[in-house]
Design a protein. Structure first.
Length: 269
C-alpha cells in the first residue's frame, strides 16, 4: 500500500458496499494494513466481470489504480474465498454485518494484521456453521481489546472512599448476590460495590454466570469455549449487557442490532 506506482495490489475482506451513481459501487476493503474505500466501476451492470469477485464478506485480491482527489479504482478483482452461506442465510448474514459494523465504527481505517486475522477467522467460522451467539460474544471481547477499550472483568472497578476497590472477582454459580457492570468505568463490580452504586445511570446488574463467561470470552481461545454449552439465558443476558457497553463507547447503538434483536425474538416464538 505504500508504493507510489499508479497500479497496486491488495488482498482484503469486503466489509461493506454502497451504490454510487448508476452502475458503480464503493467497496470498503479490510486489509492487513488498514481499511480502504475503492470504487468498482460498472459492477452493477448485468455482465460485469467484477460482480462475483467482490461479494460482501468475501476475501478477494484486487488490482487498483490510484486516483488523485477521489477513490482509487478497482481495475481487476479475483475472489480468494467466497462466504456464500453468509449471503444466503439472512440470520448468519446479520451476525456478519454486525462484525463488519463494529470494525468500521471502532477503527475508522486504522487497523492492523491482528484485526484482519480476527475478522477473517470469525467470518470463516460463521460461514461453516459455528454457534453465532457464542462466536460474536467472543469477537466483541477481542475487538474491544484491539480498539483500546479493554473491559476489566477480573477485578472490581468500583470506588470506596475515593480509592479503587480492585477486589479480585471469582464469580461462582452458588453466589447469592449479583455482580455489576459499571459501563462508564469500563468493567465489573463486586457485589458490595454494586450494592452501593446500583442506582448510577451507567451501572447494571450482571449474574455470576454471565460475569464468568465474560472473563472466559476475554482470555480464552474460541475453540476452547466452543466445547462448552452456552446457556440461552446467559447468552441473552450478555447480548443485552454488551449492547449497552458497546453503544456507550461508540457513542451510538450499532444499527445492525435492530435486525439481530428481531431475529432473536422470532426464534424465541
Amino acid at each position: 500500500m505504500g508504493s507510489k506506482s499508479k497500479l497496486y495490489r491488495l488482498e482484503g475482506i469486503v466489509l461493506s458496499r454502497r451504490d454510487h451513481g448508476e452502475a458503480d459501487r464503493v467497496i470498503r476493503l479490510l486489509t492487513s494494513e488498514g481499511s480502504v474505500d475503492l470504487l468498482a466501476k460498472g459492477i452493477r451492470k448485468p455482465r460485469s466481470r467484477k460482480a462475483g469477485h467482490l461479494e460482501l464478506f468475501s476475501k478477494s485480491q484486487v488490482l487498483a489504480s490510484r486516483v488523485t482527489g477521489s477513490w482509487d479504482i478497482i481495475s481487476q478483482a479475483e475472489v480468494v474465498q467466497m462466504r456464500a452461506r453468509l449471503l444466503e442465510d439472512f440470520h448468519l448474514g446479520t451476525y456478519a454485518r454486525y462484525v463488519a459494523e463494529l470494525v468500521i465504527r471502532f477503527f475508522e481505517g486504522e487497523t492492523d494484521e491482528q484485526l484482519y486475522k480476527l475478522v477473517d477467522d470469525v467470518l470463516a467460522r460463521l460461514d461453516v456453521g459455528a454457534e453465532p451467539d457464542l462466536l460474536v460474544r467472543w469477537f466483541e471481547q477481542q475487538v474491544l481489546v484491539l480498539a483500546g477499550f479493554r473491559p476489566e472483568w477480573e477485578a472490581c472497578v468500583g470506588e470506596r472512599e475515593g480509592d479503587l476497590c480492585r477486589v479480585p472477582l471469582h464469580p461462582r454459580a452458588d453466589d447469592r448476590r449479583p455482580y455489576g457492570i459499571a459501563i462508564e468505568h469500563g468493567g465489573a463490580l463486586c457485589p458490595d460495590c454494586f450494592t452501593t452504586q446500583r442506582h448510577e445511570q451507567t451501572v447494571r446488574a450482571i449474574s455470576p454466570s454471565a460475569l464468568s463467561w465474560l472473563q472466559a470470552l476475554q482470555h480464552r481461545e474460541y475453540d476452547a469455549l466452543a466445547q462448552f454449552t452456552f446457556p440461552e439465558k446467559t447468552a441473552t443476558e450478555l447480548a443485552r449487557a454488551m449492547e449497552r457497553y458497546i453503544a456507550y463507547h461508540l457513542e451510538r447503538r450499532p444499527s445492525v442490532l435492530r435486525l439481530l434483536n428481531t431475529n432473536q425474538m422470532r426464534r424465541m416464538r
